[in-house]
Design a protein around this ligand. Structure first.
Ligand code: SF4
Length: 368
């Protein structure tokens, strides 16, 4: 490979890629909570989500050729071969349906290579009005398109998780949720969902929600079977939060920091994480300063380049440059090492999966 893997992955995630054969690998997801419009690829042992359906991806200098007979595809930049990639296979659990006819793929999906991901509640109080919605989020798109169902019951999640472990060897599960009405912010439905999955199958689970109004929910989630917790800041300065996520910004950063400090003793250092989207307007120094605060209290900051999803208010926002991401991820990987936090030590969730950012590849490069 002519480019170190972490730099190549960083470039693929910021430029996006053009696929010579769009049918290769697992079908890419459009819309939904969290990352979307991506395709999963494995490069040098790291599985990454590379944008394929976004406006920048259509003009990307990177092209991935159709897989050869061994399932390998060359990655070309401006026509020159740089590396090889493989595509994770379509999971077998996608062929199953529940007794009452709901396809398993509408209940949970495969993320990266070995992560089962679900949005337990596909509606959100923040998504109801244009003035409150998080501008990067597409939680309502996949529901409107009929690709998912609004509420996944604990029994459905347990059934799908059991099958995904047995048929496809998934290693951990991410349960996120739109924010419902009520002060628990979704913690209650995450508890009942985690308990049902744990009853059915031994699978590490990360739950993701906004900070609940009562920190007692952290112990309840842990007792229900949640192994790690994500509470996602997305943006790190009050100005950017107000502009990009006016509803969620009603929960101040101070509340997030207090919730992190309460949750870390329950789940353990490095088992609580937050998602930070680079490219929303926070500067490099603002993001790194917040990361310093977070790692000092034992929170893993998963810094991810913004992918402007088609159909969202941010669809025309420029993606962060690969140089900007490099200027963040290299010092962040060093910071994590100094504080003894590692993606590979996380029991479940986005930080462990790592496919939406080159961060864990930067961490790996420090070890080599
Ligand atoms: S990092 Fe999180 S959101 Fe991204 S593919 Fe992995 S599990 Fe899904």
């Amino acid at each position: 490979m002519t480019l170190p893997t972490e730099l190549l992955i960083n470039e693929l995630q910021t430029f996006g890629v053009r696929l010579a054969d769009p049918r290769a690998g697992v079908e890419s997801r459009r819309g939904g909570a969290g990352p979307s419009d991506h395709k999963a690829l494995t490069i040098d042992g790291m599985t990454v989500m590379a944008p394929v359906h976004t406006a920048p991806a259509f003009d990307s200098p990177y092209v991935i050729e159709a897989p050869d007979a061994r399932g390998r595809s060359r990655i070309l930049k401006n026509g020159a071969a740089l590396a090889e990639a493989t595509f994770p296979m379509r999971p077998r659990f996608y062929d199953l349906t529940t007794e009452n006819g709901v396809p398993y793929s509408k209940i949970a999906t495969l993320h990266g290579r070995d992560v089962l991901a679900t949005t337990v509640l596909q509606t959100c109080i923040r998504y109801q009005s244009r003035t409150k919605t998080c501008q990067f989020c597409a939680i309502g798109q996949s529901l409107a398109a009929g690709r998912t169902i609004e509420r996944k019951t604990p029994a459905q999640l347990a059934e799908v998780a059991k099958a995904a472990v047995a048929l496809d060897g998934v290693k951990h599960m991410v349960m996120t949720t739109g924010t419902p009405r009520g002060g628990d912010r979704g913690a209650a439905i995450l508890c009942e969902s985690a308990a049902a999955v744990k009853e059915a199958v031994d699978l590490p689970i990360q739950a993701q929600c906004e900070p609940p109004d009562d920190d007692a929910w952290f112990a309840r989630m842990s007792e229900a079977g949640v192994d790690s917790l994500g509470m996602h800041l997305e943006a790190v300065t009050p100005e950017v939060r107000r502009r990009v996520m006016p509803g969620k910004a009603e929960v101040p950063i101070e509340r997030y920091l207090a919730a992190f400090a309460s949750a870390v003793p329950v789940f353990g250092r490095g088992q609580v994480s937050t998602y930070i989207l680079a490219g929303l307007g926070d500067t490099r120094d603002e993001i790194l300063a917040m990361c310093e605060t977070l790692v000092a209290i034992g929170v893993y900051p998963f810094v991810v380049p913004l992918v402007p999803i088609s159909g969202t208010p941010l669809e025309s926002t420029p993606v962060p440059s690969s140089a900007f991401m490099h200027s963040l991820l290299e010092p962040l990987a060093n910071m994590l090492r100094e504080h003894g936090l590692k993606a590979t030590d996380i029991k479940a969730g986005c930080g462990k999966c790592g496919a939406c950012s080159a961060l864990s590849t930067y961490e790996r490069a420090l070890l080599s």
